[in-house]
Write a protein that binds this ligand. Structure first.
Ligand SMILES: [Zn+2]
Length: 126
């Protein structure tokens, strides 16, 4: 095999890998619902396409305001001590989860059609 042939084979392999990978990434990030859990309990399940502001107030005074707009979810207000959840920015993919640790509040995006699959194992916290 000539060196040029090896390069062509390598390119074909890379292209094949890319073709296989791209749909995986796209389908993975294809979120349609926003799910909020507080202390492990589901507090909200709403379509991501609906622009809405959700307020979560807990008995101890913990407050989180989640804004869904233009297909993105973002923590716009929180009275937690670190404010990290607000700094996490917005998300529109199932791969990015917004977490407010002091309030035990997790904002996850899910693909409604893939909802049956157990999500816990491949949960990614960024
Ligand atoms: Zn927070």
């Amino acid at each position: 095999m000539k060196k040029r042939d090896i390069i062509i084979v390598a390119l074909v392999l890379v292209a094949a890998a890319a073709l296989w990978l791209v749909p995986q990434i796209v389908s993975r990030g294809d979120a349609s619902v926003v799910v909020v859990t507080i202390d492990g309990k589901e507090a909200l399940r709403a379509p991501l396409e609906r622009d809405e502001v959700y307020t979560f107030e807990q008995e101890d005074g913990s407050l989180n305001v989640l804004t869904v707009s233009g297909g993105y979810a973002r923590m716009t207000q929180a009275n937690c001590r670190d404010g990290l959840c607000m700094n996490m920015g917005r998300t529109n993919t199932t791969a990015k989860t917004i977490v407010c640790l002091p309030h035990k509040l997790v904002v996850q995006l899910e693909n409604e059609s893939a909802q049956e699959e157990p999500e816990e194992l491949d949960m990614v916290i960024q």
